[in-house]
Design a protein around this ligand. Structure first.
Ligand SMILES: NC(=O)c1ccc[n+]([C@@H]2O[C@H](COP(=O)([O-])OP(=O)(O)OC[C@H]3O[C@@H](n4cnc5c(N)ncnc54)[C@H](OP(=O)(O)O)[C@@H]3O)[C@@H](O)[C@H]2O)c1
Length: 299
């Protein structure tokens, strides 16, 4: 009995949090805070969207001011930065001394501008980029990138960890958004490459379900290994083609183009790869590794 009382007396109350914006993502964020036991206040322009969260224990704020003043930590996730500024306009005095973690998507420039605005108010500001869709929030594949006020993530990490693994990208508020766009570009390249493969093998009667296990094994094993190998080359600006030179890659790209044309499959994607390889080869770099293309891409 005595031991149990002792251990309970050491339990800290969970930090209170306000979530502004209850679209698909804001609803998932608020749900994850509730699931982790955080007293959660929510506000949304369309008030009815708060009802399912209130049924789970959230408090619905009646105005942006009530939302801001309910918690020291405010997490915002609305359509865009202009919307967030509009929602927070008029709340400047209430925001002073609090912490805003903005998980709305935007450009690095918008994030830096908002960080400057927050600094002028005495509002601690952390910009974030959510690298998962709403159903994955709080799950094992959820990552949230953060950049901005250096102490904010350290202070609120246990609370923010309810959303997904927090990744600290340093003090420049614009960097999280820049990583976000770069990583989405990587995702679209990978998804379109996979779909191109699905179309190609599909033309010969292979189902996506048969092709995909082979594709994901290749992507997460060998291709991830190539990326790791070329990382040092990209940083060092030297591209020894001792594993496979661009001449070899281009020959394989021509096979992809041929196989695509023969099956009536769109060639836009392989034309991009081949065009970049041809440029580097024309400049005399045919024996260099694939990493040489960084200089074509950078222009
Ligand atoms: N969904 C994803 O997979 C995902 C992933 C990563 C990042 N994000 C980012 O998360 C943010 C929200 O995305 P979402 O999927 O939740 O979008 P959503 O479902 O369309 O929700 C948009 C939110 O913005 C609010 N809003 C729009 N215009 C407004 C205005 N003029 N005044 C006040 N509030 C306004 C909406 O309020 P109402 O309910 O009143 O319309 C709603 O809360 C976006 O920046 C998005 O890029 C989304």
């Amino acid at each position: 009995m005595h031991e149990q009382e002792n251990s309970m007396s050491h339990e800290l109350p969970q930090e209170s949090v306000t979530v502004i914006g209850l679209g698909a993502m804001g609803t998932a964020l608020a749900g994850a805070f509730l699931a982790a036991g955080h007293p959660t206040t929510v506000w949304n322009r369309t008030a009815a969207k708060a009802e399912p969260l209130v049924a789970r224990g959230a408090v619905a704020a009646s105005s942006p001011e009530a939302a801001v003043t309910a918690s020291q930590l405010i997490v915002a996730c609305v359509l865009d930065y202009g919307t967030l500024r509009a929602v927070l306009t008029g709340q400047e005095a209430a925001l002073a001394g609090r912490t805003l973690v903005n998980l709305t998507s935007g450009s690095p420039e918008q994030a830096r501008e908002l960080a400057d605005w927050a600094a002028g108010l005495g509002l601690a500001y952390l910009d974030g980029a959510i690298m998962i869709t709403p159903p994955g929030i709080g799950g094992p594949d959820a990552t949230v990138l953060y950049s901005g006020a250096p102490d904010v993530l350290a202070r609120h990490r246990p609370t923010l960890a309810a959303l997904g693994e927090p990744v600290d990208l340093g003090p420049d508020a614009g960097i999280a958004g820049l990583y976000d766009t770069a990583l989405l570009g990587l995702m679209w390249s990978a998804l379109s490459g996979w779909l191109h493969g699905v179309a190609l093998v599909g033309a010969d009667g292979v189902r996506a379900a048969e092709f995909t296990p082979v594709a994901t094994r290749w992507l997460s094993g060998a291709v991830a290994g190539f990326i790791n190998r070329y990382t040092a080359q990209a940083d060092a600006r030297t591209y020894p083609g001792d594993d496979a030179g661009l001449d070899i890659h281009l020959a394989a790209m021509e096979h992809l183009l041929h196989a695509s044309r023969a099956r009536g499959v769109d060639t836009t994607l392989p034309e991009v790869f081949a065009g970049q390889a041809r440029q580097a080869i024309a400049a005399g770099h045919g024996a260099d590794s694939y990493a040489r293309l960084i200089e074509v891409i950078e222009k």
